[in-house]
Design a protein around this ligand. Structure first.
Ligand code: CO8
Length: 255
């Protein structure tokens, strides 16, 4: 591992992007290492939530322009350049992007692949690809539009304007804003809360909410109901509800 640093803190995993010389620009190695790490945590019963972060200056300043600039259509298509990002986006554990500084282009798209975005006060988000003669290519045209609506997504992608953390929270991209210096601790605290619950139920909740982006409300509610009923086949439900009634802390299975 050379482009990311991994730590296990309690039941949370912290993955720090680590290319300071390039403001954490996302090259293909980062994509592979991130996807490998996330998949290995999916299989690790001791971990219940993943936090992805960068540095104070940059979460990630985009896909690596220097790596991408000479690429041909044949190479990109033939080698399916973004396949590792699909692997990362398919992570089953809940993921939190803790964004300080720049989250631009692919950096903003990586944050949007995560389930929750929390931001430091000085975070800046944007899709400036149009200035480089391209457009968002890691899911940004779709995810940004679903998250903040067509008009604002169009405005950001067509002008390349950056927005600050406050605007990003107002428009629904960001869940919470914290002081820059406290961001990592706050994100980890949130991760420990999530990881303290049933791992299986948290994964099922993530999978069900994620459906909302893919299917109609009617189909989504049907999926939710099937998932909800299936939870009654797990001891997690029996234990969680029994603990409530018995006024004690639940002991969820550590699968
Ligand atoms: N790629 C490669 N190198 C980068 C990137 C990047 N995205 N961003 C910054 N760097 C490098 C700089 O080249 C510089 O290196 P060097 O010292 O060797 O010149 C170093 O990081 C420090 O950067 P700056 O000196 O520019 O720092 P500043 O504080 O002056 O500026 C900015 C910070 C405003 C963030 C500026 O660096 C910038 O504009 N960066 C580019 C932002 C951008 O356009 N991002 C979008 C990239 S395209 C994209 O993401 C497409 C996604 C879909 C395809 C996904 C493919 C995997």
């Amino acid at each position: 591992m050379t482009t990311i640093i991994i730590e296990k803190i309690g039941r949370a995993a912290l993955i720090r992007l680590n290319r300071p010389e390039a403001l954490n620009a996302l090259n293909r190695q980062v994509a592979k290492e991130l996807a490998d790490a996330a998949q290995s945590f999916d299989r690790d019963p001791d971990i219940g939530c993943i936090v992805i972060t960068g540095s104070e200056k940059a979460f990630a300043a985009g896909a690596d322009i220097k790596e991408m600039q000479p690429a041909s259509h044949r190479e990109m298509y033939g080698q399916d350049w973004f396949a590792d990002w699909d692997r990362f986006a398919a992570t089953r554990l809940p993921t939190i992007a803790a964004v300080n500084g720049y989250a631009l282009g692919g950096g903003c798209e990586l944050a949007m692949m995560c389930d929750i975005i929390v931001a430091g006060e000085t975070a800046r988000f944007g899709q400036p690809e149009i200035k480089l003669g391209v457009m968002p290519g890691m899911g940004g045209t779709q995810r940004l539009t679903r998250l903040i609506g067509k008009s604002k997504a169009m405005e950001l992608c067509l002008t390349g304007r950056l927005m600050d953390a406050q605007e990003a929270e107002r428009c629904g991209l960001v869940a919470r804003i914290f002081a820059t210096a406290e961001l990592e601790a706050k994100a980890l605290e949130m991760a420990q809360t999530i990881a303290g619950f049933s791992r299986t139920i948290a994964m099922m909740t993530k999978e069900t909410i994620s459906r909302a982006e893919e299917v109609s409300t009617v189909e989504g509610v049907r999926f939710e109901r099937r998932m909800f009923y299936s939870m009654f086949g797990l001891e997690d439900q029996r234990e969680g509800m029994a603990a409530y009634i018995e006024k004690r802390k639940p002991e969820f299975p550590r699968d």
